[in-house]
Design a protein around this ligand. Structure first.
Ligand SMILES: N[C@@H](CC(=O)c1ccccc1NC=O)C(=O)O
Length: 372
């Protein structure tokens, strides 16, 4: 009798759930490390071979307390109300917070030394992102069937997911741990089918070189990664304990440099070897605005060069690996605050995965109609 009642309850719950989309789960913990180890979920339909998840990683220079998982909300609202055909391939949406680096000088929300959520140091940020993805993969069983979307340093981390590294190793203990790092720093997450990067730092050395006259860039990178130490495994005989500002690194030497010599090179997506680290990757969308006042367009060119050198193509054949440079409109943070261009970039990635390039055209028409 108990069994009968249990199965009736389960059927009832399942039918109630199917009437219940979209379904929101906010602030779910994926780790106990800090108050920032939570994520938001929106379920749209059951997962199938014809669907993917969209996971969004926010930016904010690894430290900005006013930029969080909520950065995804404008895009989420547009996706939920969109009639664009590509949206029918989305099973779920998710956006994690992750631990931030200290920001004691922030004007309204300074960090305290005792706050476990705001004293992170590399690899804590990427470790949290990997743990959040692994949590979602365990809970919803979508495996590789997702698109990882990131803004600014959030996309630096999205590409680091596809670099499939053990981010906790290869560094001296003092560099690879922070006061908050209480769990293993190398959680496993299956890399995505595609990555959408918006206004991204693809090469930290290149960014520091291009903004050498603005100390804030050096400050936030030092804050997140510590000094640009030599990488013990590098074959290079150069031992650098300071930031590498050799202009040759950025222009003439093909990316990735044969053997990254320093930490900042090594963690940058321009050092990726996706042929081995990400064999199932299908598409990378490099979405960038020429109005971005913080991250320069040259980042896109550097990353595109790396991907083309590793047999990615701008017009890949069916089943090939495609890199798509997408010029978008808006300021650095304006793109996520508005969301329309993020939707357009997601449409490009889904067009590649599901065929037809349907996404871009449909989204563009809709925006023309709304705007006129
Ligand atoms: N709002 C950030 C600045 C920021 O986000 C940023 C600045 C320069 C280059 C990239 C940035 N963000 C990347 O995630 C801050 O207050 O530090």
């Amino acid at each position: 009798m108990t069994g009968d009642f249990a199965s009736v309850t389960t059927e009832f719950q399942m039918s109630a759930m199917s009437d219940d989309y979209p379904r929101f789960i906010n602030g779910e913990a994926y780790s106990e490390d800090s108050s920032l180890n939570t994520l938001d979920i929106c379920l749209l339909r059951p997962s199938s071979e014809d669907t993917v998840w969209i996971i969004f990683i926010h930016g904010g220079a690894y430290r900005d307390p006013l930029i969080s998982k909520a950065s995804f909300l404008p895009t989420q609202s547009l996706l939920l109300s969109s009639k664009a055909p590509f949206t029918s391939h989305i099973a779920g949406l998710a956006s994690p917070n992750y631990r931030l680096s200290p920001y004691p000088s922030h004007s309204t929300h300074p960090s305290a030394p005792s706050d476990t959520a705001r004293n992170a140091k590399h690899p804590d940020h990427i470790s949290d992102v990997l743990r959040a993805i692994a949590h979602l993969q365990r809970r919803f069983r979508f495996g590789e069937r997702y698109i990882l979307v990131g803004h600014s340093c959030g996309a630096t981390m999205a590409l680091q997911v596809a670099m499939s590294r053990d981010w906790g190793s290869g560094l001296p203990a003092s560099s690879s741990r922070s006061i908050t790092n209480t769990t293993p720093s190398h959680p496993t997450a299956v890399p995505p089918l595609g990555i959408v990067g918006l206004e991204v730092i693809y090469s930290i050395p290149l960014m520091l070189h291009n903004h050498a006259s603005t100390p804030a860039y050096r400050d936030f990178i030092l804050n997140a990664f510590g000094p640009d130490i030599a990488i013990p495994t590098a074959t290079s005989t150069t031992v650098s304990t300071s930031i590498n500002t050799d202009a040759d690194t950025y222009t003439d030497v093909p990316f990735p440099s044969p053997s990254p010599a320093t930490l900042y090179q090594d963690v940058s997506p321009t050092s990726a070897h996706f042929t081995t680290s990400w064999p199932k990757g299908r598409v990378v969308v490099l979405a960038h605005s020429k109005d971005d006042e913080l991250v320069e367009w040259g980042q896109v060119e550097a990353m595109k060069k790396v991907l083309l050198a590793q047999s990615w193509a701008e017009d890949a054949e069916e089943g090939g690996r495609e890199v798509h440079v997408l010029e978008i409109v808006g300021s650095h943070d304006g793109v996520w605050r508005d969301g329309k261009e993020v939707v357009r970039a997601v449409g490009v990635a889904l067009g590649k995965i599901f065929g037809g390039g349907e996404g871009v055209e449909v989204v563009d028409r809709r925006f023309c109609a709304v705007g006129s």
